[in-house]
Design a protein around this ligand. Structure first.
Ligand SMILES: NC(=O)c1ccc[n+]([C@@H]2O[C@H](COP(=O)([O-])OP(=O)(O)OC[C@H]3O[C@@H](n4cnc5c(N)ncnc54)[C@H](OP(=O)(O)O)[C@@H]3O)[C@@H](O)[C@H]2O)c1
Length: 363
């Protein structure tokens, strides 16, 4: 039996193909090894960013592929099909980071009741969060539609949660409004929802493309929506903070030149527009800086103690998914061709923002 995988050319992401690789027999699995059948996974612009930064942040190391090719990592669910671990049974359901493939071999380490990590040598150069698998069998929060929300929104909302916390802790650097680019992205509207829910009277302004403005409005989590064309029409006399999901150098420069000293914080988070423009060191206003989530996690883990972050995050996440989840249209796709189509559509920005893709390589 073979594993079916979608691989992409690491130096030309528009080139992709389906390949097959033989699956190990149970006797060929490593000690404590598992053969996991990848059941379903989410796909959003964030996965494209993993590919864009694949070399820089070592994402290509996670799921080895033939020379020059890479497998894009995705968040989703798998089922243990074979196990050489004495305490992990066939049929266990796992939530975590998977390849765009039908199968994954894991070397289970650090087993706890709640989960374990993949100890495979080639995976040890990335943050531990990417090697962690949660054991979710029987947990209602990971079943059906709730499970879709976990795969689609949880990893993104963690970033939204941390940026909200970072801004609030710094009293918004004196800003009265927060401007979010790619306002139609899940990461942006997660942050907008948190700001709108908890941080009044801070105003939340969403920047988006004209074609996505109606969807952004329908979410109800922005005080104001501005299209990229209209940046210079915004009043520029009140202090603002900018959280940048788009990574578009032109948009960033226009915002800084428009707000000048009123730009109190410029926080880089994403690359939806796939623009490799420089950071903008010489722009007027606060210097653009990348937001580094692990720093905020470490800080809060120390201050809030064991479970403190998870508890606060978990409460906010369930309220967010209950409120916003129903506004997304879950679109399922099965089989390699469907997966490849969504990958290519996402790469070229052809996915509608209300569509939330849950995919499976199996037909
Ligand atoms: N630093 C971190 O740790 C971290 C964590 C989570 C997410 N992020 C980043 O946040 C960003 C948003 O991710 P997401 O998964 O939330 O996105 P998403 O929901 O898939 O966002 C879709 C939106 O992004 C914009 N977009 C996507 N592809 C585009 C393209 N090819 N050309 C132009 N615009 C495009 C469009 O928004 P507009 O028309 O509104 O611009 C589109 O409606 C990603 O860059 C992701 O990597 C970073």
């Amino acid at each position: 039996m073979n594993s079916v995988q979608l691989v992409v050319a690491r130096n030309d992401l528009k080139t992709s193909k389906i390949i097959e690789a033989p699956l190990p027999s149970i006797a060929q699995l490593p000690d404590d090894g598992l053969l996991v059948k990848v059941d379903r996974f989410a796909f959003t612009a964030n996965n494209i960013t993993y590919a864009i930064l694949g070399d820089q942040l070592k994402y290509w190391d996670l799921f080895p592929a033939p020379e020059g090719l890479g497998i894009v990592p995705v968040w989703g669910f798998g089922e243990v099909a074979e196990s050489r671990h004495p305490d992990i049974a066939r049929g266990e359901i796992l939530f975590g980071y998977f390849p765009m493939a039908t199968h994954l071999v894991i070397e289970a380490k650090n087993l706890k009741r709640s989960g374990f990590s993949d100890g495979a040598a080639h995976r040890q150069n990335v943050s531990p969060v990417y090697n962690a698998y949660a054991r979710v069998k029987g947990d209602a929060a990971f079943v059906g539609r709730e499970g879709d929300y976990q795969a689609l929104l949880r990893p993104l909302f963690m970033l939204s949660f941390l940026v909200d916390d970072f801004l609030a802790e710094n009293e918004f650097f004196g800003a009265k409004s927060v401007i979010l680019s790619s306002a139609s992205s899940k990461t942006a509207f997660g942050l907008a929802w948190l700001l709108r829910t908890n941080r009044k009277p801070i105003r939340v302004i969403g920047l988006t493309s004209p074609s996505n403005a109606a969807f952004v409005k329908s979410l109800g989590c922005y005080d104001e929506i501005v299209t990229y064309d209209d940046i210079e029409k915004m009043p520029s006399t009140s202090p603002v903070a900018f959280v940048d999901m788009a990574g578009n150098g032109d948009v960033r420069a226009r915002l800084h030149n428009h707000f000048r000293d009123m730009m109190k914080c410029s926080c880089r988070v994403g690359l939806t527009h796939q623009d490799g423009a420089p950071d903008g060191e010489n722009l007027p206003g606060a210097k653009p800086r990348w937001f580094f989530a692990p720093d905020q996690i470490r800080k809060r883990a120390k201050e809030w103690g064991p479970g403190g972050l998870d508890q606060r995050f978990g409460g906010a996440f369930s309220r967010f998914t209950a409120d916003i989840g129903p506004k997304l249209r879950i679109v399922t796709g099965h089989g390699p061709d469907a997966v490849q189509r969504v990958y290519l559509d996402s790469l070229s920005g052809r996915v509608k923002p209300d569509e939330a893709h849950m995919l499976s390589m199996a037909r």
